[in-house]
Design a protein around this ligand. Structure first.
Ligand code: 5AD
Ligand code: SF4
Length: 448
């Protein structure tokens, strides 16, 4: 698939590109911006790497396994990648820098997320014959603002409100790969939300490594709670979500805003990481279990039932059986709606690398299994309580195999439901009665 287009006076070839994204929603959204930028530059997107001249991997390095994925992908093209240009973007790019050229000599472009605003320039360098090009600077004030974002979901749109992270959690590579915190002005966030509403999006997800530490750099000086509330008041926006939060910066005003504004979804993702204050201290998380539980108490006292999810790391260096038990107790006490749980993974540059008493891999696996089984039972119990209730769903798709529509509730639960008739419900808000519940989803039937 190749065509030619006139670019200025000279004829040039329109190149095809393929992009694969690993990792978190921040990366997914970055890829949407990269795709928009590439299309705007005249490149055309293809669905497989085989068809592409330019192959982009937007990478994640949060855990070792994620990092290895990109090198596996690149290895596949060591022999048969002739004629293609390979680019590594994102966190592995930032972390490994020019070392990537040694590990994978067929890579030509290495670019971290803080340098994506230079991507058009870097692409020109590639086109003009440069064999190795890098964008690795972290000292940029500019967030990657682009008017040409190509969004993957037709109803829900991401908006980045803050980039980078100023915390220094002992296990985490993010402050090294995404650099220091930079907040966007409230005016530019509201303008983007309004534009998205005009384009037909009804759900907004505010993104940042730590959205709670958002600080409007303009004289308006909004904090996160104010920004959240105001995005929820944009005409046409029916749902607002946010991720991710840090307990230290999570203030009561956020719950007050959710209470006061029905457009703000009743779901909060609040990573605990551990239920042991001793481990939290050595993780440098800046809160105790008690302080974390105060935030949970605010949520449990909210007017609408707020679904709560979290991230847990098992097997952090020095985590004793008693510490792990404390995490299991935390899970029982909070009764989370869902949990993302991980085995601790050693990451370059991090403080935890130097800690003694690393936990053996088998022990980490044992703890992870116990935790996941416990959480599964909690989810079965919690979801069963929804049977008989009527929930508003944003319809996201249709499952041909089961004949069910796929909806999402404000609490971020998947509700698969049946409805008579031929009408295409995608993008609509409908009410569905829950008739069955499993650990990971609800099922029911439409009542309107
Ligand atoms: N090992 C395991 N899990 C990690 N996370 C971050 N760094 C690591 C690591 N080195 C988890 C945390 C974080 C989530 C996004 O990934 O739980 O909240
Ligand atoms: Fe990593 Fe901690 Fe920053 Fe989250 S708050 S990105 S876990 S350093």
């Amino acid at each position: 698939m190749k065509c030619t287009a006139a670019k200025g006076a000279a004829e040039s070839t329109v190149k095809t590109f393929y992009i694969e994204t690993f990792g978190c929603q921040m990366n997914a959204h970055d890829s949407e911006k990269v795709v928009g930028t590439l299309l705007n530059q005249g490149y055309s997107q293809v669905p497989t790497p085989d068809e592409a001249e330019l192959v982009f991997y937007n990478t994640c390095s949060i855990r070792d396994k994620a990092e290895q994925k990109v090198f596996h992908r690149l290895d596949q093209f060591k022999k048969n990648g002739k004629g293609k240009t390979f680019a590594v973007l994102g966190c592995v790019a930032q972390q490994e820098g020019e070392r990537i050229f040694e590990k994978a000599p067929h890579v030509s472009l290495v670019c971290g997320s803080a340098s994506y605003n230079k991507l058009p320039e870097l692409l020109v360098q590639l086109e003009t014959g440069n064999r190795r090009v890098t964008g690795l600077s972290l000292d940029t004030d500019l967030t990657f603002e682009t008017p040409v974002t190509r969004r993957d979901n037709p109803h829900r749109a991401y908006i980045t409100i803050i980039e980078g992270c100023d915390k220094s959690c002992a296990y985490c590579v993010v402050p090294f790969t995404r650099g220091p915190e930079r907040s966007r002005t409230s005016a530019s966030v509201i303008a983007e939300a309004s534009e998205l509403a005009r384009a037909g999006y009804s759900e907004i997800q505010l993104l940042g490594q730590n959205v709670n530490s958002y600080r409007d750099p303009s004289p308006a000086g909004w904090d996160f709670a104010k920004l959240l509330d105001q995005v929820g008041r944009v005409d046409g926006i029916r749902r607002v979500r946010f991720t991710t939060s840090h307990p230290r910066d999570f203030v009561k005003e956020i719950i007050d805003a959710i209470d006061a504004n029905p457009a703000l979804c009743n779901h909060v993702h609040l990573p605990a990481q551990s239920g042991s204050s001793r481990v939290l201290d050595s993780m440098q998380r800046l809160y105790t279990r008690e302080q974390y539980m105060t935030r949970i108490a605010w949520m449990k006292a909210a007017k609408r039932p707020i679904a709560i999810s979290t991230d847990i790391i098992v097997g952090f260096p020095g985590e004793t059986e008693a510490d792990f038990e404390a995490t299991l107790e935390l899970i029982d006490e909070v009764e989370y709606d869902s949990i993302f749980s991980f085995k601790y993974s050693r990451r370059p540059n991090t403080v935890a690398l130097r800690l003694n008493d690393q936990i053996p891999e088998e022990e980490k696996s044992r703890r992870l299994t116990i935790l996941q089984e416990k959480q599964r039972a909690i989810q079965v119990r919690r979801n069963a309580a929804y049977v008989g209730t009527v929930e508003e769903c944003l319809v996201e798709g249709f499952n041909q195999a089961t004949g069910q529509w796929i909806g999402r509730t404000s609490q971020n639960k998947t509700l698969n439901f049946l409805r008579r008739g031929e009408e295409d419900l995608r993008g609509l808000y409908v009410e569905a009665r829950v008739t069955r519940a499993g650990p990971n989803s609800l099922a029911g039937e439409c009542v309107n």
